[in-house]
Design a protein around this ligand. Structure first.
Ligand SMILES: NC(=O)c1ccc[n+]([C@@H]2O[C@H](COP(=O)([O-])OP(=O)(O)OC[C@H]3O[C@@H](n4cnc5c(N)ncnc54)[C@H](OP(=O)(O)O)[C@@H]3O)[C@@H](O)[C@H]2O)c1
Length: 282
């Protein structure tokens, strides 16, 4: 197969570029083409002639989206539609990356794919609207919702915690938001398998298991062999521009229907720390 990746220079994109070995893969970052420009997108797609397009390009600064609403919708929604139109023109399949932030977080059990979208942030709204628009433009699009992405290819929560833990005796981390951390390497492998199986519709793809940010931070500090104390706090002490869902665990049912499973998050964290040269993988 020929694969074209938009967002190849990002956290997930770098993992996709590294992990995807069996096919002919072309990756684009924003300097190769801006997905807001339909002609640029069409040109890149025509030139790379993909069977599958992976759309991992997005404006992902969740707090930044609150003060840059137009940019958020231009990139995350209109840009995505440009890619879908180019895919249609080319006769290519599209896999679009979406987010747990399309949900409001009021559930206490894992979100299924048909649960109602109710985003609480501009970022979440731009992604939720993109999901709907892509369903209209290219109904066979595979929409992969993921959450709490981490990896060695860019800024992420474990990286921040490791840097802070190296310089501070103690850290305070919120314990009242729960989700599922997702290692970019494992997500890249799941995406690869979904394309192989010709998946369409919405699929939830995260590492298995759930935790709070506090529990995740404790796992990171302990896994790295650091002695920094991690203290639990609440979101009302860490007010940020964008509202986050309190609970955004995504059920693995839809992924398993395609015969794909992802490892538990503590296992994924251990492999990430090994990649960062903290300890050995199991
Ligand atoms: N990070 C998370 O926790 C998380 C959680 C759930 C879902 N997701 C979704 O997963 C996907 C990948 O996320 P990520 O964390 O890997 O993102 P990221 O590291 O922020 O990378 C974003 C990518 O998008 C590209 N990009 C941004 N604006 C663009 C534009 N106007 N035109 C073309 N390319 C543009 C960037 O290119 P340059 O770097 O070359 O500028 C970069 O390659 C996104 O769709 C995101 O919404 C992420």
């Amino acid at each position: 197969m020929r694969i074209t990746i938009f967002g190849a220079t990002g956290l997930l994109g770098k993992a996709l570029m590294r992990e995807w070995r069996e096919d002919e893969v072309t990756g684009f970052g924003s300097s190769d083409g801006d997905i807001r420009n339909d002609k640029e997108v069409a040109g890149l797609v025509r030139h790379s002639r993909p069977d599958w397009i992976i759309l991992a390009a997005a404006y992902t600064d969740v707090d930044g989206c609150e003060s840059n609403r137009d940019l958020a919708f231009d990139v995350n929604c209109r840009g995505a539609v440009n890619v879908a139109r180019a895919a249609k023109q080319q006769g290519a399949r599209l896999l679009f990356l979406s987010t747990d932030y399309v949900f409001d977080g009021t559930k206490t059990t894992p979100y299924e794919i048909d649960d109602r979208r109710a985003p609480r942030s501009v970022y979440g709204r731009s992604k939720a609207e993109a999901e709907v628009r892509l369903g209209e433009v290219l109904p066979e699009t595979c929409i992969v919702r993921t959450s709490w992405l981490f990896g060695t290819g860019g800024k992420c929560f474990p990286d921040t915690i490791l840097k802070l833990a190296a310089s501070l005796p103690q850290l305070e981390v919120v314990g009242d938001q729960r989700g599922s951390p997702t290692y970019a390497v494992d997500l890249a492998r799941a995406i690869f398998q979904l394309c192989r199986r010709g998946a369409s519709g919405i699929v939830h793809a995260t590492n298995r298991g759930e935790c709070s940010w506090y529990e995740f931070a404790r796992g990171i500090v302990a896994g790295a062999g650091l002695s920094t104390a991690v203290l639990e706090t609440t979101s009302d002490k860490f007010v940020r521009p964008a509202k986050r869902p309190k609970y955004s665990v995504l059920a693995p049912t839809s992924l398993e229907k395609h015969g794909v499973t992802m490892p538990d998050w503590p296992d994924a964290l251990q492999r990430y720390l090994a990649e960062r040269k903290f300890g050995a993988p199991r």
